[in-house]
Design a protein around this ligand. Structure first.
Ligand SMILES: Nc1ncnc2c1ncn2[C@@H]1O[C@H](COP(=O)(O)OP(=O)(O)OP(=O)(O)O)[C@@H](O)[C@H]1O
Ligand SMILES: [Mg+2]
Length: 306
């Protein structure tokens, strides 16, 4: 996406949004309700004309792709003819796209709907509809998969299955997977990278590791030791910041490796040693929370895009 903007009347849904999604990884497209995710994906898929900017696949807009179903599989909204079976729904697409009809059964099996293929889609549960929509997107075995809130309606087992499936597509088959969600917790174990938007603007772009270490707890280490008091004195002696509570030391401005080295050198027994990161959800709230921070791209966003 390059400089994408779109407004609806007075609502600026997407505002000068630029980011890149790479093959071989799962990218989470995150933001609260109304942040502009679906609008962005609709522009990406040629379903809506941007006011300005471009959205391309390897440089080509969706509408110019010569084999769109083989290039991009997308799930935006799930609408099926209710009287048609899942299998027939897929066969219609196969016929239209020139794929062998047997592809229908292959993708049904891939998404775990083999047994329900002959049932009418109108009787499918929400999770089953999601699976059928995903099966439709997979028909052309596309290089790029774009999914808008695919975990919606899936049960915990379905979410776990989807997680493994998307990671397999990206990591083992080298596909490009872009998956949107308004819940970080829903995709946190699925995605390698995140693009976070708020009020139509880019708030943050980077790897999950970068997001985690961007927490306000970065550089803070928690230590549990039966000799906490002695260790705290030792650390304080050279100016390291330490607070102590119930045998747990909170050491600031350092790393677990450094604290471990100091403990080892002093022969101090440790029972626990770890970085403190604030919960990802807290970081996500921090990034997308206040509305005023979206008046201009935050320094964090600028840092992340650089
Ligand atoms: N067709 C439309 N006409 C008018 N306003 C629209 C239209 N589509 C989206 N909007 C507005 O644009 C903004 C962004 O909406 P969008 O659906 O892209 O958000 P989203 O990030 O997908 O949210 P959600 O997490 O709820 O799916 C919202 O304020 C929405 O009301
Ligand atoms: Mg949406």
């Amino acid at each position: 996406m390059h400089g994408l903007s779109k407004s609806f009347g007075r609502v600026q849904a997407v505002s000068d949004l630029s980011f890149t999604v790479e093959p071989g990884s799962v990218t989470g497209f995150l933001g609260p309700n109304g942040a502009g995710k679906t609008t962005t994906l609709r522009m990406l898929l040629g379903l809506m004309q941007p006011d300005s900017g471009t959205a391309t696949f390897d440089g080509a807009p969706y509408t110019t792709l010569t084999a769109p179903l083989r290039t991009v599989g997308a799930v935006l909204e799930t609408a099926f003819h209710p009287a048609r079976s899942g299998r027939n729904h897929l066969r219609v697409y196969c016929r239209a796209a020139g794929f062998p009809l047997s592809r229908a059964d292959e993708v049904l099996a891939q998404v775990g709907l083999a047994d329900a293929g002959n049932r009418r889609a109108g009787g499918y549960s929400l999770g089953m509809r999601q699976r059928l929509a995903l099966a439709t997107a997979l028909l052309g075995d596309p290089a790029v998969l774009v999914l808008d809130e695919p975990a919606n309606g899936l049960d915990p087992e379905g979410i776990q299955w989807l997680r493994g499936f998307l990671r397999h597509l990206a990591h083992d088959l080298g596909r490009t997977v872009l998956v949107s969600s308004h819940l970080l917790s829903e995709v946190e174990q699925t995605v390698d990278r995140v693009v976070i938007v708020g009020a139509g603007r880019l708030v943050r772009e980077g790897s999950m590791d970068q997001l985690r270490s961007g927490a306000d707890g970065a550089g803070t280490v928690l230590v549990r030791s039966p000799e906490a008091a002695r260790f705290a004195d030792l650390l304080r002696a050279d100016g390291t910041g330490v607070t102590s509570q119930d045998g747990v030391l909170t050491v600031t401005g350092t790393t677990p490796a450094e604290v471990g080295r100091r403990a080892f050198a002093a022969g101090i027994e440790l029972h626990e040693l770890r970085s403190r990161t604030s919960g990802l959800e807290a970081i996500y709230f921090q990034l997308t929370g206040g509305s005023e921070q979206f008046a201009a791209p935050s320094p964090v966003a600028q840092e992340a895009t650089r």
